[in-house]
Design a protein around this ligand. Structure first.
Ligand SMILES: Cc1ncc(C[n+]2csc(CCOP(=O)(O)OP(=O)(O)O)c2C)c(N)n1
Length: 670
């Protein structure tokens, strides 16, 4: 450990502070105060601990760093720039501008070195828990005595706001239970948020709360005390059986004579005059802006050489590991590539119309079991609904503190943290996480689902009990608006299979996709559909297809249905046929997949000339008019459901072949 803080240390820290102040000032927008207050502890972490390779932000065994307080993004951009990532001063000067690589909040996939997208407070906290889980699981899979190839820390800087959020509490509770000893969080305890002092709303003893979660908690009176921060991080590393929270009392807007320790330092530029005063106070040249002194540059850039060396050492370890354990090494490569191994789908179940009716959630469980041994990195679980979600895989073992190679996860009743943790697992790399709950509770994890889509994180969200079809649990548990709400998320793939055959294909689509997928599954049994009148070349992978062509091949009307309502539409088709109306049944498990098809295919499934179209889905009709047109109609749910047996509910709400046929007849003008 260094004896004392040098003058160069101070100038390095002030460089971070002033880059943040200058960038926010130039953009006339942003949050200067957080980076200014947290610069010192971030400096200690990044220059004395963080093992990373700026030349290769994708080095698999790098330490992960999450800036959970994403509004302080300039802190991260400054560190990435200074330590030699492919992020120039010109990028910092474009902070928050159109097309720049330095957006208002850190975005994974856009800026090299940004591990996860943060900004919605609490999410980064939970993502980090997922990353630490991923590290532990991969280490248990691949490390052998004298051959550690997975061995890194997950660090984060978390703020008052992060720790006020429920998702952080859920994730902290989970991390405490799992004893994630390589998770180390620095708490930027500046006691200021947007409204003012945290005393307005946040007065519990955070340290004791985290101790109660089972965390190792340290308290630092002065977050600018580099030696104290360094000592605490070392102690946190030495504590291997508990996650660590290092509470650092800091000062928002540090150095700003008129803004420090006030919420004025939070969400707006300091102002030209105050930037000047701050520079004077910190002994910094007033000009030029974006100043990086030569020796400061050199000091930070030592990360480049060290990074190269660390990665080279790791590669050597990998070579030795591969020589000693060639099969494991091949598996490691396969996990990290994200590719599915040859023959992964060989054991997928198949179904024929003569098979008994089966719930799509049950088929999903069978699929999981069938691919389990082939897809060694497919893992996940449920928020305390495993028997209902059919997610527990026999022989998978349970991921627990004492069994880090288990593949069944017990997330507890913590949907939000489950989603955000899965995002962290996915962006860590090497894992294919799935998580599950009832569709109704997708609302409890919606912010995480949204971020999975924004990051294109390959998480599989399993949502069962997908409609009034769940029956007696009643309106509190019956989703109505949820399907449409999920479809409204850009880049999110939503698939609602109609039967067992479509469920197998839905899983196939999810597993071969490099982004997030929601699988929407039934509680109730569904018949295996007759496909003898299906049009060839269709299927789940195309999003919608002709499941049962109209007799004679010339449809007068089209019934478009999803999930459990497809069988209802097929029943209606028969009635219509008896009345001399030729109806085509289109199964449309996924809007997003259908939208990605060529126009010619879409027109073949939904011929523009056939305008008498009826959509049938036991959910909100909102949005269906896109496919049925203004001249079309929708049999949907326009009110909450009710508590009753599913069969009664389907009758009462009109999801019967008779009602669907009657509505279609009206449309066809008969
Ligand atoms: C979920 C969520 N709610 C609200 C916000 C808006 N917001 C951004 S920063 C902030 C206050 C944060 O205070 P703190 O975490 O203490 O950050 P500091 O003031 O120290 O920069 C809020 C409410 C957000 N980003 N995310």
């Amino acid at each position: 450990m260094r004896e004392r803080t040098t003058e160069l240390d101070q100038r390095c820290i002030n460089t971070i502070r002033m880059l943040a102040a200058d960038a926010v000032q130039k953009a006339k927008s942003g949050h200067p105060g957080m980076p200014m207050g947290a610069a010192a502890m971030a400096y200690v972490l990044w220059t004395r601990f963080l093992r990373h390779n700026p030349a290769n932000p994708a080095w698999p065994d790098r330490d992960r760093f999450v800036l959970s307080a994403g509004h302080g993004s300039m802190l991260l951009y400054a560190l990435l720039h200074l330590t030699g990532y492919d992020l120039g001063l010109a990028d910092l000067q474009q902070f928050r501008q159109w097309g720049s690589r330095t957006p208002g909040h850190p975005e994974h996939g856009l800026t090299p070195g940004v591990e996860t997208t943060t900004g919605p407070l609490g999410q980064g906290f939970a993502n980090g828990v997922g990353m630490a889980i991923a590290e532990r699981w991969l280490a248990a899979q691949f490390n052998r005595p004298d051959h550690p190839i997975v061995d890194h820390y997950t660090y984060a800087i978390v703020s008052d706001g992060d720790l006020m959020e429920g998702v952080a509490s859920e994730a902290a509770s989970l991390a405490g239970h799992l004893k994630l000893g390589k998770l180390i969080y620095l708490y930027d305890q500046n006691q200021i948020s947007i409204d003012g002092s945290t005393d307005l709303a946040f007065t519990e003893d955070v340290g004791r709360r985290f101790e109660a979660y089972g965390w190792h908690v340290q308290r630092i009176a002065d977050g600018n005390d580099l030696e104290a921060v360094e000592t605490a991080i070392r102690a946190a590393q030495a504590e291997t059986s508990r996650a660590s929270l290092i509470m650092c009392r800091t000062h928002i807007g540090f150095g700003s004579p008129n803004r420090q320790d006030t919420n004025k330092a939070h969400g707006e530029p300091l102002g030209e005059d105050e930037v000047k005063l701050t520079k004077q106070r910190l002994g910094w040249p007033e000009a030029p802006p974006f100043l990086v002194p030569e020796d400061v540059q050199q000091e930070f850039r030592r990360a480049v050489e060290r990074g190269k060396m660390w990665e080279a050492e790791w590669r050597k370890r990998c070579e030795a590991h591969a020589a000693a354990f060639p099969a494991e090494a091949a598996r490691w490569e396969s996990f990290m590539s994200g590719q599915l191994p040859e023959g992964w789908d060989a054991a997928l179940p198949t179904y024929a119309p003569s098979d008994p009716a089966v719930a799509t959630r049950a088929v999903s469980g069978k699929v999981l079991q069938a691919v389990h041994s082939k897809l060694g990195n497919l893992l996940g679980g449920s928020a305390d609904l495993a028997p209902s979600n059919n997610t527990y895989v026999a022989d998978g073992g349970e991921f627990q503190a004492g069994n880090p190679s288990g593949r069944n996860f017990r997330f507890g009743v913590r949907e939000h943290a489950m989603g955000a943790t899965a995002n962290g697992m996915a962006v860590h790399g090497g894992l294919r996480p799935y998580v599950a709950t009832f569709l109704i509770f997708s609302d409890y994890m919606r912010p995480a689902i949204r971020l999975a889509a924004l990051m294109e994180a390959p998480v599989i969200f399993i949502f069962t009990h997908d409609s009034i079809g769940l029956g007696e649990d009643g309106p509190t548990h019956q989703p109505v608006e949820h399907l449409m709400a999920l479809r409204a998320v850009p880049g999110l793939r939503v698939i609602r299979p109609a039967d067992a055959v479509e469920t197998v294909d839905a899983w196939r689509a999810a597993l071969t996709h490099r982004g997030p997928t929601c699988l929407i599954l039934t509680r109730q049994n569904l018949p295996i559909l007759d496909r003898s009148r299906a049009q060839s070349g269709g299927g789940v992978v195309r999003g919608a297809y002709v499941l049962a062509e109209a007799e004679g091949g010339k449809p007068q009307t089209i019934l478009i249905a999803t999930g459990s309502e497809v069988a209802v539409a097929v029943g209606a088709q028969k009635i219509l046929q008896g009345k001399g109306v030729a109806a085509r049944v289109v199964s449309m498990p996924s809007w997003e997949l259908f939208e990605s098809q060529p126009q010619a295919y879409r027109d073949a499934v939904l011929p523009p000339a056939v305008t008498a179209r009826l959509a049938v889905e036991a959910g909100s009709p909102l949005g269906w008019f896109k496919y049925v047109g203004l001249g079309g109609d929708v049999v949907g749910m326009t009110r909450f459901g009710a508590s009753a047996p599913a069969k009664v509910l389907f009758e009462q709400f009109g999801f019967t072949p008779e009602n669907v046929a009657a509505r279609a007849l009206k449309l066809a003008g008969k």
